[in-house]
Design a binder for this molecule. Structure first.
Ligand SMILES: C[S@@+](CC[C@H](N)C(=O)[O-])C[C@H]1O[C@@H](n2cnc3c(N)ncnc32)[C@H](O)[C@@H]1O
Length: 211
């Protein structure tokens, strides 16, 4: 009898999250992607933790050739459907990876990771390392992460460590002269709770350019 390895808990968690509901995310590209990537010259892009594909579809519609990566096959199927609907299916490739354990081949003019944060195992340091290594010469690394819980969240749903601006730059340990930090800042955005309570949430944004 052949032993079949048990699926990793992270994959189970995210697969269940997507299977539980028809649509998890808004379908709109992330505001901070639009803000930070609109002035970049389209080339090849890698979207890490692409979810249902809104960012990848937006990039593809602006002329990028995109590889979208996620741990959830259901999310990737939906993402591919959205890309076809938007008429850019031929500009996006989808790859399933558990980042931290495997990573797409190749180098890219833009490596983008938006809210690649998880209540279950995710080796963010390893992913950021691999992400930086995957940026082509002259290319950009764009990382956006929540800096804390929304202001209306009185009871955090789980323990989380939110990465700080300096913490991520220190973890990346990029060689002097090899990179320029173009953006490293905290952005406050309006946020509404599921019950309609208005508040805000802060996100950290890093955009780095490889020499
Ligand atoms: C908070 S969601 C963000 C989705 C999308 N980037 C967005 O901004 O709407 C995190 C995404 O990362 C994916 N993810 C979590 N851990 C992962 C891992 N180890 N490897 C690949 N994808 C992962 C999840 O399936 C989910 O789609």
């Amino acid at each position: 009898m052949t032993d079949i390895p048990a699926p990793a808990p992270a994959a189970e968690f995210w697969e269940a999250r997507y299977r539980d509901t028809d649509r998890v995310w808004s379908g709109r590209p992330n505001e901070l992607l639009v803000r930070e990537a609109s002035d970049l010259t389209p080339g090849t892009a890698l979207d890490l933790g692409c979810g249902e594909g809104a960012d990848a579809v937006w990039l593809a519609s602006r002329g990028w050739r995109v590889t979208g990566v996620d741990i959830s096959g259901t999310a990737l199927e939906r993402a591919a459907g959205h890309a076809d609907e938007a008429g850019v299916g031929n500009r996006v490739a989808w790859e399933r990876h558990e980042l931290g354990r495997s990573f797409p081949e190749g180098s890219f003019d833009l490596v983008s990771a938006h809210y690649l944060q998880s209540p279950v195992a995710l080796d963010q340091r390893a992913v950021l390392d691999a992400a930086a290594r995957a940026v082509a010469g002259g290319g950009s690394l764009l990382v956006v992460m929540h800096a804390g819980w929304p202001s209306w969240q009185t009871e955090p749903p789980f323990d989380a460590v939110f990465p700080t601006l300096d913490g991520v730059l220190a973890e990346l340990a990029l060689p002097d002269g090899g990179w320029t930090v173009e953006t490293s800042r905290t952005v406050r955005r309006p946020s509404v709770s599921p019950d309609g309570l208005e508040g805000f949430r802060e996100d950290n944004v890093w955009r780095l350019r490889r020499a």
